[in-house]
Design a protein around this ligand. Structure first.
Ligand code: ATP
Length: 282
């Protein structure tokens, strides 16, 4: 559906060089700290910004070669853009109908009603959650094969986030669809994504299937003495703590089997990623 091979983009003080793949039927997550380059990747994939090198294929074409019809196959939520605040839902419905051949007006309006979005208000009077729901429902309104979702759950409370995640799951029920999604809330990605890319300072530092990340990766706590005795072969990162070392391994089972006295934590994606980025390489 989408491949990026050594895609490069330079800004003053920032450089991106990344490769990733979004496979058919997959929900792929992109996580990384502020400024890592998530939006830059999304905009590059969509051909909204020029790149300095590398290869991008989306729907088997370079982004710039996509026809208007092919662009309909891509639904987009960008964090820093949305509908004009002066429009109402009826205006947006008419606008989308003009824009997309496969736009289903009845379904769009029904989904808006189900989501509790008011038809009489202008978008500038919508709450943050309402705007986020609208952006996602609109991106899903034209039967796209690929959804590119940059921070669709940003600024939402836990209930609204859960609703949005349900929309996303429901969307995947039909046909050969794929989603590339970024989020600061890795809990969202944990329950949603098939695989996750971790981006730091313009580089992919980790790519794993979510199940593997949660099953095989672990965080172990070792006193200084325990750490010195430890086989370091499968320790990917470590962080010095008052009690000794906090270590990230991708072979949790190896350490629980061979060092039963060590404290091993399962670790959330957030903790794994934090140690991956901020921990010291061995
Ligand atoms: N148009 C631009 N001109 C100059 N620098 C830019 C431009 N767009 C992005 N950058 C820089 O590129 C880097 C990556 O930014 P980007 O917005 O892609 O990161 P991000 O991972 O999406 O961050 P966040 O999580 O904060 O939204 C940052 O250093 C940013 O300042």
């Amino acid at each position: 559906m989408l491949t990026m091979e050594n895609v490069q983009k330079q800004y003053d003080g920032y450089s991106l060089d990344c490769s990733l793949e979004l496979r058919t039927g997959y929900i792929t997550g992109l996580v990384g700290p502020n400024g890592a380059g998530k939006t830059t990747i999304f905009k590059s994939a969509l051909g909204l910004i020029s790149v300095d090198g590398g290869k991008i294929r989306i729907l088997n074409k370079e982004p710039k070669d996509l026809t208007a019809k092919e662009r309909e196959e891509i639904g987009v939520v960008l964090y820093d853009s949305g509908f004009s605040g002066y429009l109402t839902l009826s205006d947006i419905s008419a606008f989308l109908k003009n824009l997309y051949k496969k736009f289903n007006k009845e379904e769009f309006e029904q989904k808006c009603r189900d989501a509790g979005l008011p038809f009489h208000k202008r978008i500038k009077e919508f709450s943050t959650g309402m705007k986020a729901k609208l952006k996602l429902i609109a991106a899903m309104s034209h039967q796209a094969k690929i959804l590119i979702l940059d921070e669709p759950t940003a600024g939402l409370d836990v209930i609204a986030r859960d609703e949005l995640l349900d929309y996303i799951r429901a969307y995947m029920q039909e046909g050969d669809r794929s989603i590339l999604i970024s989020s600061h809330i890795s809990k969202d990605l944990e329950t949603l994504c098939d695989d996750v890319y971790l981006l730091d300072q313009g580089r992919i530092v980790l790519h794993e299937e979510t199940d593997v990340l949660l099953d095989r990766y672990g965080l172990l706590k070792a006193t200084k003495e325990q750490y010195e005795e430890l086989d370091h072969q499968h320790i990917i990162r470590r962080r010095k703590e008052a009690y000794g070392y906090y270590c990230l391994t991708d072979q949790k089972e190896y350490y629980t089997r061979n060092y039963p006295d060590l404290v091993m934590e399962k670790g959330t994606i957030d903790e794994i990623l934090t140690l991956m980025i901020r921990g010291e390489r061995i």
